[in-house]
Design a protein. Structure first.
Length: 934
């Protein structure tokens, strides 16, 4: 409806009112206490608003209420006394900030309650209060809280229960055999807890079961054989547990099964042949087990299959696998990484795979040539053949694969020249060519590179991979074709460690989206083309260990950067990582390259020369754009501003006004006609991605208004230019003050740092709980915390945000972030979460305490990772050595240790153990500079 403001108390004068629905608005404030006068009200829905404050006492007197939905707000405190709602049938308080334990009055006072949703709050303690909910309850949702202990026996007396969901808590213990009493159960969700032991073999009594999701626990033992009786079962997800033994389940009767995910367990033996009876099966993941043997021939009958992953097993007979799976006509994704060890990849007569979009055969040690049957996979978009023993040449027909945008042939023994046809890949010639359908498969894990860290092999998500060509570590020779400049959508080109000769073609500078260019360890000669200065997004570049390379490139010099918009990249740092200097540190960058691939954007990017651009070609802003008006928000003080004003205020976007580099363009300082200053973010580059960032940032910031968020005043879009108008923040970014300010006397004092931490936490809490829809920031870091003239913190850069609808708990989309801030679970899971933001914020807290960067490759081996170093120092009782000498003082040692403890809780390896950000706000607010507690 689009209502704003507060809920009027005058509504209580409608004493005959029985139904009141105010959901999906922008209402603020609390619930009026006058609502208690609505004695006849049966239905109240105020969900999906911005309401706040306590509710205890505000709804007393609603004696007739039957349906009460106050979900998706910022309500807090303990819940109301339930004895006042004797007729309540359905209660939904999810997605708020309620606290306390499970209220045993809920069911004792409301005998007919059939729906109870307490998910996504801050409830704690055990679930013994369920004792009274044994008769009428049909749907019970307790997800995303901090409930502990085992499931109480009383739960199994809820004979009418159809849906039970307790995911993302700290519930432990074994699942009781009394589960068999829940004969009406349709949905059982136990994922993300600490359950252990075997699943009870009682599913023969749960014949209505449609979904069983228990991934992310410590269940062990074999699969319950009685699951075979659940003929209505559609989803069976038991991934990431400790199940073992053969997959002995008889799938013959599971004709409705659509998703089977048993990945990351300890299953052994052969693939179950009875699975072929599951004709509705669409998703099959058995990855990361100990399975052996070959793929059964009757799997060709699985005509509905879309996604198959058998990676990280010991499956044999690649030829048979290809022969069988090509008959699955709808198959779009096939992940066979780390199987078929040392086999030969043979030529075959393949007539299938017409729908295949993603094929991963990395790290199999395969021998032979790249097979020609791949040329029949006309829709192939992602092809990974890395870390094998393939020889022969790169076939010229690769260039005819119109949809291909990601190819990794690295770490093989390929010889000959790079085929010229590679420069004609249509999927790399334009921004979003043929990639529209790939988003549906964003969760796909692919083997990308060897990872020497303790976590073992590194996996990433398919959708996070930028358009790339990896041919490194082969025996390729010949020159680099000048026509390679046609691949304007390419983000990564890695030709390192080959025998490539000749000069570096200047046409590479036409690849306007190029982020990574690695030509190291070849036999190249000549100069680095000066036109490389125009590669706006080039952040990783190396020509180290070539025969003779000269660099005439001149990197733009600039004054001290003042960051005024999100994700600012300082020009001083960009110069350091510019083309000339990067030659000297090429080896260090190469060593860091594997980890850096996890981030599609880097903190340091060279800046292109916009003066030269404007003088050498027509202005990209057309006359129509110059005369058009901008869209300005209500919070803006820039009335009647036009794009012509912006051109004038930035001197036609002159480089002298550049104050930073955002993810997809430059940031300019502007002096507006009304005398105020603003920061103008001019987006450019890959139009498809630019539009995504533009829409996300505008939508998020136009709704997200908080004193600790950067203020978006307006925007304009026209053609390929997108302009965002921000408030100008005088003191730039926290990153500058912690890591680049050379004036020791100007170093931030402890009181200022504490205030910054508190303000940034409040801004993040507003994104998570206060705005509608909720927002996962996904790139919380010190350069995205901007400071005004009073050093108040403002959280910036929502270009990486993906908006969450209120019932969503995660985002399945691009895996993005910045090295050093990325939560450990992001490399293994498909979700970007609120608790992931909390981890990144914990890293920022460590920066405030230590004045160290999250990753410092110039230091000793044990000091490169800030988080690891801090935990090591704590384990050695050397906490005092952690703190920045500029803030260490005995008088506030207590506060420093308190904030350090908060940071460490945010950095828990288990995301379930991390506090919600609103809890962090409370903790930080309780830390006072003088050492006293509130």
């Amino acid at each position: 409806m689009g209502l704003n403001g507060t809920i009027s108390a005058s509504l209580a004068q409608l004493d005959q009112l029985s139904v009141l629905n105010l959901s999906l608005n922008h209402l603020k404030g609390g619930l009026p206490v006058e609502f208690s006068q609505l004695k006849l009200l049966k239905f109240l829905d105020v969900s999906h608003n911005m309401l706040s404050g306590p509710v205890a006492g505000t709804l007393s007197g609603l004696q007739s209420i039957e349906v009460l939905n106050i979900s998706s707000n910022s309500l807090s405190g303990v819940l109301f006394p339930f004895g006042e709602f004797p007729r309540l049938l359905a209660l939904n308080v999810s997605n708020n900030s309620f606290t306390g334990g499970f209220n045993s009055q809920i069911c004792s006072a409301t005998k007919e309650l059939h729906t109870l949703d307490l998910s996504a709050n801050n409830f704690i303690g055990g679930l013994e209060g369920l004792d009274n909910c044994t008769t009428s309850l049909q749907r019970l949702h307790l997800d995303s809280n901090s409930f502990t202990g085992p499931l109480p026996d009383s739960l199994y007396s809820m004979s009418a229960l159809e849906e039970l969901s307790v995911s993302s808590n700290n519930i432990s213990g074994q699942l009781s055999k009394q589960l068999s009493k829940l004969s009406n159960l349709k949905i059982l969700v136990l994922c993300g807890n600490r359950f252990s032991g075997e699943l009870p073999d009682v599913f023969g009594d749960l014949l209505q079961l449609e979904e069983l999701e228990a991934h992310g626990n410590s269940f062990s033992g074999p699969l319950p054989s009685t699951l075979a009786s659940c003929s209505k079962l559609r989803v069976l997800n038991l991934r990431n547990n400790s199940f073992s033994g053969p997959i002995g389940l008889n799938f013959t009767g599971l004709s409705n099964l659509q998703t089977l995910d048993l990945a990351t367990n300890h299953f052994t033996g052969h693939l179950p042949t009875s699975l072929s009876f599951c004709r509705e099966l669409k998703v099959l993941s058995l990855a990361r087990n100990g399975l052996t043997g070959s793929i059964p021939e009757n799997y060709a009958n699985l005509s509905s299959l879309l996604f198959v992953s058998f990676s990280n097993n010991s499956i044999e007979n690649l030829s048979r696998a290809v022969s069988v799976l090509q008959q699955c006509k709808n198959l779009t994704t096939l992940i066979l990484t780390k199987n078929f060890h040392g086999e030969e990849i043979r030529e075959s007569t393949i007539v299938g795979f017409e729908s295949l979009m993603i094929l991963a055969l990395g790290n199999c040690g395969l021998k032979g040539h790249i097979p020609s049957w791949l040329s029949n996979c006309r829709k192939l978009a992602v092809l990974d053949l890395s870390w094998n023993r393939l020889n022969g040449s790169v076939p010229s027909w690769i260039g005819q694969m119109d949809s291909l945008f990601y190819m990794d042939f690295s770490n093989n023994s390929l010889t000959g020249e790079i085929p010229k046809s590679l420069t004609e890949l249509k999927g790399l010639m334009c921004a979003n060519c043929n990639r529209e359908n790939l988003a549906a498969f964003a969760f796909i894990p692919l083997f990308v590179k060897r990872n020497t860290s303790a976590s073992g092999l590194q996996y990433n998500q398919a959708s996070s991979f930028p358009p790339s060509i990896y041919l490194s570590n082969n025996i390729l020779s010949g020159n680099i074709w000048p026509e390679i400049g046609q691949l304007k959508a390419l983000h990564v080109l890695d030709l390192s460690r080959n025998n490539i000769t000749g000069t570096i073609p200047s046409t590479i500078s036409e690849m306007e989206n190029l982020e990574t260019l690695d030509l190291s360890y070849n036999d190249l000669t000549g100069e680095i083309p000066s036109s490389f200065n125009n590669l706006t997004f080039l952040s990783k570049f190396s020509v180290a260990y070539n025969r003779e390379i000269d660099s005439p490139c001149k990197i733009v010099n600039n004054t001290k950067p003042i960051s005024s918009s999100g994700s600012s990249k300082k020009l001083g740092r960009s110069n350091v990582l510019g083309i000339t200097i990067s030659i000297g540190i090429g080896l260090a960058l190469l060593l860091a390259f594997i980890l850096l691939r996890m981030s599609r954007r880097d903190d340091d990017k060279p800046i292109d020369n916009y003066d030269e651009e404007l003088n050498s070609r027509p202005h990209r802003l057309s006359e129509a754009l110059v005369s058009s008006k901008l869209v300005l928000f209500q919070n803006s003080d820039c009335k009647d501003l036009t794009v012509a004003d912006l051109l004038k205020s930035t001197n036609n976007f002159n480089q002298a006004n550049i104050i930073g580099c955002g993810g997809f363009g430059l940031v300019y300082k502007a002096y507006l006609p009304n005398g105020t200053k603003a920061a103008i973010k001019r987006l450019s580059g890959d139009c498809g991605q630019m539009e995504r960032e533009f829409q996300a940032e505008v939508e998020a910031l136009s709704r997200a208004q908080h004193k600790n968020l950067v203020s978006l005043k307006g925007y304009c879009r026209h053609g390929n230019d997108r302009l965002l108008i921000y408030s100008y923040l005088e003191n730039g970014s926290l990153d500058y003050w912690l890591h680049e300010c050379v004036d020791e006397s100007a170093a931030l004092k402890w009181d200022a740092r504490l205030k910054i931490a508190q303000g940034a936490a409040r801004g993040l809490a507003y994104l998570h709980k206060g705005c509608e829809p909720f927002i996962v920031h996904r790139d919380v870091k010190s350069s995205n915390i901007l400071l005004d003239d009073k050093f108040e913190a403002h959280l910036a850069d929502f270009g990486l945000s993906r908006l969450l609808q209120p019932y969503d708990t995660h985002v399945t989309t691009d895996l993005v972030g910045t090295l050093g801030y990325i939560p450990p679970e992001y490399s293994q899971t498909l979700t970007a979460t609120f608790r992931g933001d909390v981890y990144s914020f914990g890293v920022v807290l460590l920066e405030l305490l230590t004045a160290r960067r999250p990753v410092e490759v110039i230091k000793g081996k044990n000091c490169r990772n800030l988080v690891s170093w801090v935990f090591q120092m704590k384990s050695e009782n050397k906490e005092q050595e952690i703190f920045d000498p500029a803030i260490w003082h005995k008088d506030h040692e207590k506060q420093l240790l308190e904030v350090l403890a908060i940071a460490c809780k945010c950095l828990d390896q288990d995301p379930r153990q991390r506090p919600a950000i609103e809890v962090v706000v409370s903790w930080l607010d309780s830390v006072r500079f003088d050492g006293s507690q509130q």
